[in-house]
Design a protein around this ligand. Structure first.
Ligand code: A4P
Ligand code: MG
Length: 176
C-alpha cells in the first residue's frame, strides 16, 4: 500500500485510456478530455480509433490513450475519473461486465507504481492483451518500456496473435 503522506506535492506521469461506445461517442471523449485537463497537464494524446468491442458490447468503440502529468495520487485520480464518468452519464448499476458504456476511463500506468487492492490495480490488468489500448499507446509512446519490452513490440505481438481484430484510425480529436 502506498503511503499517501509520501505522495503529497509530487508530480506523477500517468497514462490513461478512454473508451466510448454509446451515443455521441466523440462528444463523450472530447468532454472527458476537457474535464481531465482540470487536473492533468496533457503531454501527448493519440488519434481516435474506432475499435471492435471486446467482451459483451455490441457497438464499436472510440478509443484514445493520453499521457499526462498530475499532482493527484492514484486514488485521487480514480475518484476524479469516476466523477467525470458519472457527470457524462455513465450508470454502472445498469451495465453488464465489459458491456456498452457512454464513457470508460482506465488508469493504465502511474509512474512505475505497482498497486493491487480491491479498489485499484496498476498497471491495468488487461492492457497488454488489448489492441484498442496498445495501438493508440504505440502511436504516442512507441519506445516506452513495459516489462522491459517496447510498447511497439507488445503491439506487434498482439496484432500477430489477433490478425482479424478490427481497428481503424479515424482522425485527431479536435478539442475546443
Ligand atoms: N479499477 C481497478 N483498477 C483500475 C484502473 N487501473 N483504472 C476498479 C480504473 N479503474 C480501476 O471498473 C470497475 C472497477 O475497477 C472500478 O470501480 C475501479 O475501482 P469499471 O470502469 O466500472 O468497469 P469496467 O470498465 O467494465 O472494468 P475494467 O476491468 O476496467 O474493464 P475494461 O478493461 O475497461 O473493459 N472494447 C473496446 N473495443 N474498447 C473498450 O474501450 N472496454 C471494455 C471495458 C470492454 N471492451 C472494450 C472496451
Ligand atoms: Mg474501466
Amino acid at each position: 500500500m502506498i503511503q499517501n503522506k509520501k505522495l503529497v506535492n509530487k508530480i506523477f506521469t500517468c497514462y490513461l485510456s478512454l473508451g466510448s461506445n454509446l451515443g455521441e461517442r466523440e462528444h463523450f471523449i472530447k468532454n472527458a478530455v476537457n474535464s481531465l485537463k482540470k487536473k492533468i497537464d496533457i503531454i501527448k494524446i493519440s488519434s481516435q480509433y474506432e475499435t471492435e468491442p471486446v467482451g459483451a458490447g455490441t457497438n464499436p468503440y472510440i478509443n484514445i490513450v493520453l499521457k499526462g502529468k498530475t499532482d493527484l495520487t492514484p486514488y485521487q485520480m480514480l475518484y476524479f475519473i469516476h466523477t467525470i464518468e458519472i457527470s457524462l452519464g455513465r450508470r454502472r448499476d445498469q451495465e453488464v461486465v465489459w458491456g456498452d458504456r457512454t464513457l470508460d476511463i482506465d488508469i493504465l500506468l502511474y509512474e512505475n507504481f505497482m498497486i493491487s487492492d480491491y479498489r485499484l490495480t496498476i498497471p491495468h490488468k488487461q492492457m497488454l492483451k488489448r489492441i484498442f489500448v496498445m495501438e493508440p499507446f504505440a502511436e504516442i509512446s512507441p519506445n516506452f518500456l513495459i516489462k522491459s519490452i517496447k510498447v511497439s513490440e507488445h503491439l506487434f505481438r498482439l496484432k500477430d496473435e489477433n490478425p482479424y481484430y478490427d481497428i481503424t484510425k479515424i482522425g485527431e480529436l479536435k478539442l475546443t
